[in-house]
Ligand binder design. Structure first.
Ligand SMILES: Cc1cc2nc3c(=O)[nH]c(=O)nc-3n(C[C@H](O)[C@H](O)[C@H](O)COP(=O)(O)OP(=O)(O)OC[C@H]3O[C@@H](n4cnc5c(N)ncnc54)[C@H](O)[C@@H]3O)c2cc1C
Length: 245
């Protein structure tokens, strides 16, 4: 290793316990975790944690979940987990119960909110916790417009009253395509001035939507794009997490 190379900065590792778990909607479960090591930790809006879980065969896997809310005085984090199938993340969210131990790294995530005339946030239901947290964090004089694709009305959650929200129902269509969001983003009326864009959801769909936002006049460098999942393939297998049995 080059002695002059800057050190690799890894987010800290924590062991926490589930203290509460309950349904927010039929497909979204809030899991609250607590650890003494989280006391005093104040994450930025929409930062996430990387949980170390096990897949069906017992292999270690990592899955990322947004910190929907943090209570630094109590060392608590709320994670809102979409129950989309039987992958290790979904399965963990569905079964989480008070007393369960969970290891994770975080907080992590590169998004820094900066000032703009308005903010356009778009994504699918996996980004609902992030979009809501960002809308809550924005100052009232910087309007937020959120466009969120969900399966149906039962997936909808309450966002801050200051945000203008457009729900897009895909009904029986498959998740993970850009078309439904693109159609709305192309005709949406936007406030005057220079805005920032945020795209969070299925990776290829979000990359496709970047050009739609650019066509709406949002500067390339003012658009944050983050792939949250990959259509047709599980999230990557963890190699770094230590084996703790
Ligand atoms: C920074 C970041 C923050 C995130 N925050 C959240 C969050 O707060 N809440 C949340 O629920 N998710 C969040 N995600 C997305 C979540 O990590 C992925 O959806 C992850 O793949 C779920 O793992 P799994 O084990 O359930 O499914 P996997 O084992 O990864 O995948 C199994 C199958 O399910 C499909 N799949 C994966 N995710 C979805 C989905 N969302 N909808 C439909 N099909 C899917 C895959 O294509 C694959 O075919 C976040 C991701 C990132 C990168």
């Amino acid at each position: 290793m080059n002695a002059s190379a800057p050190p690799v900065r890894r987010s800290p590792t924590h062991t926490a316990h589930v203290i509460m778990a309950g349904d927010l909607t039929p497909r979204m479960r809030r899991v609250t975790i607590r650890s003494d090591s989280l006391v005093g930790l104040v994450p930025r809006p929409a930062q996430d944690v990387e949980l170390w879980l096990r897949d069906d065969s017992g292999r270690r896997v990592k899955r990322r979940y947004t910190i929907r809310q943090a209570r630094p005085d109590l060392g608590e984090l709320d994670l809102d987990v979409l129950l989309h199938g039987d992958g290790p993340g979904s399965a963990w969210g569905a079964a989480a119960a008070p007393g369960d131990a969970v290891e994770f790294q975080g907080p992590r995530g590169k998004l820094h909110l900066s000032s703009a005339a308005w903010h356009l946030l778009a994504g699918d239901e996996s980004a609902l916790p992030a979009i809501t947290a960002l809308c809550e964090a924005l100052p009232p004089h910087e309007p937020a417009v959120a466009v969120i694709e969900v399966r149906d009305r039962a997936d909808e959650l309450t966002l801050p009253a200051t945000a203008q929200v457009r729900w897009v129902h895909r009904a029986s269509s498959d998740p993970g395509g850009p078309e439904l969001l693109a159609a709305v983003l192309r005709e949406l009326s936007l406030p005057p001035g220079a805005g920032h864009g945020y795209l969070m959801g299925e990776t290829r769909a979000m990359v496709t939507l970047r050009s739609v936002l650019e066509a709406r006049g949002i500067a390339h460098e003012a658009i944050f794009v983050k792939g949250y999942w990959n259509l047709g393939r599980p999230d990557r297998i963890a190699g770094r997490a230590p084996d703790r049995g």
